[in-house]
Design a protein around this ligand. Structure first.
Ligand code: 5RP
Length: 265
């Protein structure tokens, strides 16, 4: 692997632990101003200091993130459809040239295994990887997006493995029963999305279970920024990801941090 590629990967996944806490705030690319991200700059500012990497789109990066902030960027470069349309009909939205101009550490694209436009999305990923490889830019493949997908180990293993076979450097997927099977059969690091907002204690358990079953970290959005205590939540998730904090201790930590904040208000 060339130096530039290795350097960028080491900015996304921390070499000290081999893990990452990515903060996903790219949801607007198909959901519009989703809850918690109505004003992205306000959501991002208090959280960015606790993220190993920030996943977002070009428009939000330019408009809502101070360029002097020292955070690696995972740029979503796929899109083109909204929640009202056929999601699997995405295409590439940002050129590698522009991604490089923004000094990104990686680019991300969704794939839609099992969907009507599966072939288009997989070949789109392959094209992106071919181009990104030329400049040493890692590609994150986002799998299992879509309402109708059965997110079990069999399906997620299929989707993750195909992404890795095409050359993705990191794969993002959902947690499931027998998650260790998904990780074992995917030869590149797997990070999990948090999915829809669930109670904080459940999101803590989810993060811990994913990490102890082999995930290289989280690429989490709604379970952080839709929490009533987003900073407490991201700090707690960091402790789980990088220090294997157990769920009971993590829950105590979350409550302590959330109550400290309340006491200050
Ligand atoms: C959407 C995405 C989001 O970044 C992803 O879903 C992560 O966010 P969340 O934890 O809210 O699920 O890639 O396709």
């Amino acid at each position: 692997m060339d130096w530039g590629m290795s350097n960028r990967l080491s900015r996304i996944i921390r070499p000290e632990t081999g893990r990452t806490v990515m903060l996903a705030v790219d949801h607007g690319y198909f959901l519009g101003p989703t809850s918690g991200l109505e004003e992205p700059a306000k959501t991002i500012a208090p959280l960015v200091g606790y993220a190993d990497c920030l996943m977002l789109t070009r428009g939000i990066l330019r408009a809502c993130v101070d360029p002097s902030v020292n955070v690696p960027i995972m740029l979503r470069v796929s899109g083109g459809r909204s929640i009202l349309g056929e999601l699997s009909d995405e295409g590439t939205t940002v050129s590698i040239r522009d991604a490089m101009r923004m000094n990104v550490s990686g680019v991300a694209m969704s794939i839609f295994v099992g969907a009507e436009l599966e072939r288009k999305s997989l070949l789109g990923l392959a094209d992106l990887i071919n181009e990104a490889e030329e400049f040493g830019i890692p590609v994150l493949a986002v799998t299992a997006v879509g309402k109708e997908m059965n997110r079990d180990a069999r399906y997620l293993s299929l989707a993750c493995r195909i992404a890795a076979e095409l050359g993705a450097h990191i794969v993002k997927t959902y947690y499931c029963d027998e998650f260790e099977k998904v990780v074992k059969s995917c030869p590149v690091p797997v990070v999990i999305a948090g999915g829809k907002k669930i109670p904080e204690r459940e999101a803590i358990d989810l993060s811990y279970n994913a990490i102890t079953r082999g995930a290289a970290g989280v690429d989490m959005g709604r379970n952080i920024f839709q929490s009533d205590h987003p900073v407490a939540m991201i700090k707690t998730v960091r402790e789980i990801v990088h220090k294997d904090l157990t769920p009971d201790k993590a829950w105590d930590l979350f409550n302590t941090l959330a109550n400290e904040k309340k006491a200050k208000v």
